[in-house]
Write a protein that binds this ligand. Structure first.
Ligand code: GRF
Length: 190
């Protein structure tokens, strides 16, 4: 088999999407491997989970650093790890334009809405408040504007009567875990 694409995953929290991506990479026919999980919070619980899976991790608080300075530190780490692609998975920090430009066409994100609807935060609350009949998640290429790059994959779920933001988020998360590994595998082999 040809060499697998080297992927880094950026997280800020629990990292359930990171785990789904890393578990998919354990299959020998997966076209990518996860070589690094990095976080802007050294205590992010996802980092410990990644280490338990035998993945190298890097965690540093962004506090007290300018955005471009912090991003340059991550960038150096990614280059050191010879990363080909970046998957953002609940990375709750805007990236500097320099960083985004340096990884143009090689960075994807998962967002819990049917983009272009509901960019930014509180997507589930906003979908319910709007009276939408369905919601979902999108994997998109990362560009300079937040949640704005080309969508490469989407999954839909119904919004049911009585749904709360939490119940809807849980229904969508199941789809995120299915969609993201598949979309990333397609992205690195396109
Ligand atoms: C997910 O809903 C993802 O779509 C959004 O942030 C959440 C991260 O969850 N960008 P997790 O850390 O992957 O569990």
């Amino acid at each position: 088999m040809a060499e697998r694409a080297r992927v880094a995953i950026l997280i800020s929290g629990r990292g359930s999407n990171m785990i789904a991506l890393a578990e998919a990479a354990e299959r020998p026919d997966c076209p990518y491997e996860v070589v690094l999980v990095a976080a802007n919070d050294p205590d992010a619980s996802g980092l410990a989970r990644a280490r338990m899976m035998g993945i190298e991790t890097w965690g540093l608080s962004h506090k007290g650093l300018k955005r471009a300075e912090f991003d340059a530190l991550i960038d150096a780490e990614l280059r050191r790890a010879r990363v080909d692609y970046i998957a953002l998975a609940g990375y709750m920090r805007l990236l500097s334009s320099e960083f985004v430009a340096g990884w143009a066409g090689r960075m994807v994100n998962i967002h819990p809405s049917l983009l272009p609807l509901y960019k930014g935060l509180d997507t589930h609350t906003r979908a319910i408040a709007a009276g939408d009949m369905e919601a979902g998640c999108s994997v998109h290429v990362v560009t300079a504007d937040l949640d704005d790059g080309p969508v490469i994959a989407q999954a839909r779920v119904p919004i049911k009567p009585g749904d709360t933001p939490d119940s809807l988020a849980a229904r969508i998360l199941v789809e995120e875990h299915r969609l993201y590994p598949q979309a990333l595998a397609e992205f690195v082999t396109r």
